[in-house]
Design a binder for this molecule. Sequence first.
Ligand SMILES: [Zn+2]
Length: 258
Amino acid sequence: MPGYRRQLYRDDAVVLRVQKLGESDRIITLLSRRHGRLRAVARGVRRTTSRFGARLEPFGHVDLQIAGDPNGGDGLHTVSQVEAIELYGKRFLDDYPRYTAASAIAETAERLSPVEREPSLRLFQLTLGAIRALAAREHAGTLVLDAYLLRGMGVAGWAPALVECAVCGTKGPHKAFSVPAGGAVCPDCRPPGAAHPAPATLDLMVALSSGNWHVADAAEAGPRRECSGLVAAHLQWHLERGLRSLPLVDRTTGEEQK
Ligand SMILES: [Zn+2]
């Protein structure tokens, strides 16, 4: 291809999505540490003799060598080598709630990195950390997901205000929450139709945003459910199209087994 510099580069990445391409190939969507979100073709991975098919499944943390122009270019990149660091996807195979939470994390990661090859170390670390935490089962899957969504929105620059009023900045805590207004709102700024979540719900959202797992793990089912609803509403408001995987996440109990 004229004007197209093809070279090998190496990076570690989380596999976000795998799509079929023709008879035996796949297109892999990756969130990489240093090169941002990438799409690359893996040739022959659907053959049983493939060298790296099983290593390129969703949610895996892998080390890759990719052929392509790391600075852009229109040519499709190809995976030339892949080593497994940790294949987290296997751990979700028999755990549908965690599988759907991982799917929502992967889909959100893709939506929060709209431009290919634009590095975001923070988003990469958050995404890998959330997948790893889901696999470790130390916290309820829904809490791990909501913590990820809150912090991911922070990376994107539209985390909900939780303590200060979203409109005027007056210090709270405030009792009302309005997604269109940007989060918690004081009595003066409260628009019609604002929600009035339980104080424990806003406490949980603050705990999840700041990584205070001691408080988050102790939250009861009601605040967990309310928190999930507000986080999902805030996320959907800011994304142009809703997430396909989020409605599939099982939030029926809010106290899913750890
Ligand atoms: Zn205000």
